[in-house]
Design a protein around this ligand. Structure first.
Ligand SMILES: [Cu+2]
Length: 122
């Protein structure tokens, strides 16, 4: 009986972890950034923070990338669908201007696609 209970707890814990990382409440809603804030994206530890940005379509916007990762992997940020690439200075704010564009999903990443994010224009 005790063994079954321990297994059950293990399984529930795994489900909880999976739920948290893949389906959790953090995805989307809480990472959304409003157009009023300074749109700063921290580049650190293999992730863009936030990695999910919603902005109004049809309006140019400036994103501020703050790169804190010295590895060359994080040096460039690419928005392939918008034909934007920018070299990010280490420990400094790098402005990246997003032109007015159609509504849609615009993924962005480093050159090797280790860092990934998505820009939603709506
Ligand atoms: Cu990379």
């Amino acid at each position: 009986m005790g063994v079954i209970l321990v297994n059950l707890i293990g399984v529930l814990l795994m489900i909880a972890i999976v739920w948290w990382f893949w389906l959790g409440p953090a995805r989307g809603a809480s990472k959304a950034v409003s157009a009023e804030d300074k749109l700063q994206i921290l580049v650190k530890d293999g992730v863009y923070e936030p990695d999910y940005i919603r902005l109004p379509a049809g309006r140019a916007t400036t994103l501020h990338f703050l790169r804190e990762d010295p590895s060359p992997c994080s040096e460039w940020v690419l928005f392939p669908d918008l034909e934007i690439s920018a070299e990010l200075a280490l420990h400094q704010d790098t402005k990246v201007t997003i032109p007015a564009a159609k509504p849609g999903e615009y993924p962005f990443s480093c050159q090797m696609q280790m860092y990934r994010g998505i820009l939603i224009l709506e």
